[in-house]
Design a binder for this molecule. Structure first.
Ligand code: DQA
Length: 152
């Protein structure tokens, strides 16, 4: 990777991720959404990447944000939360902008209910990380940076 290349990463979190620390702590832990944002920002800074963190409870807001990433970001980390299991629109938006993307879930969705076993975005995302808690986001950032390095 060129020394002067600064990777611009967009982190997207779907519905109820803003409720971290309050929602189902036995599944998602006691750390808050603010703590998640600090973890992500701190890691991106350490890796020399720029990061914007976006959260929405609305499917269309997430679609708009993905579309706006075109030309403005080099990669996307996305936890679509419940929309993982329902949203063709989010999958189509990722395909439309065609940016490298990693799917993250705080919990291990593979060990949960049947309705969580489908992920629409998975077929697009180059990497999926489940059940690593907040570390999943930092691992996804590392993956995007590594992939960008390979592409040089
Ligand atoms: C989640 C898992 C989803 O099934 C759930 O709807 C969420 C969070 C996770 O990060 O573990 O809201 O994406």
């Amino acid at each position: 990777m060129e020394g002067n290349f600064t990777m611009r990463i967009l982190v997207i979190n779907g519905p109820n991720i803003n409720m971290l620390g309050v929602r189902e702590p036995e599944i998602y832990g006691r750390k808050t959404y603010d703590e998640l944002c600090r973890t992500i920002s701190g890691h991106a800074a350490k890796r020399g990447a720029e990061v914007e963190i976006y959260q929405s409870n609305h499917e269309g807001g997430i679609v708009d944000k993905i579309q706006q990433a075109l030309g403005n970001f080099d990669g996307i980390v996305i936890n679509p939360a419940a929309y993982t299991h329902t949203s063709v629109a989010i999958l189509d938006a990722l395909k439309a902008v065609s940016l490298p993307a990693a799917e993250v879930h705080i919990s291990d969705v593979s060990a949960r209910e049947d309705f969580r076993q489908i992920s629409y975005v998975r077929s697009y995302c180059g990497k999926t990380i489940c059940g690593h808690g907040f570390d999943g986001y930092t691992e996804a950032i590392d993956w995007l940076i590594d992939e960008a390095g390979k592409a040089e």
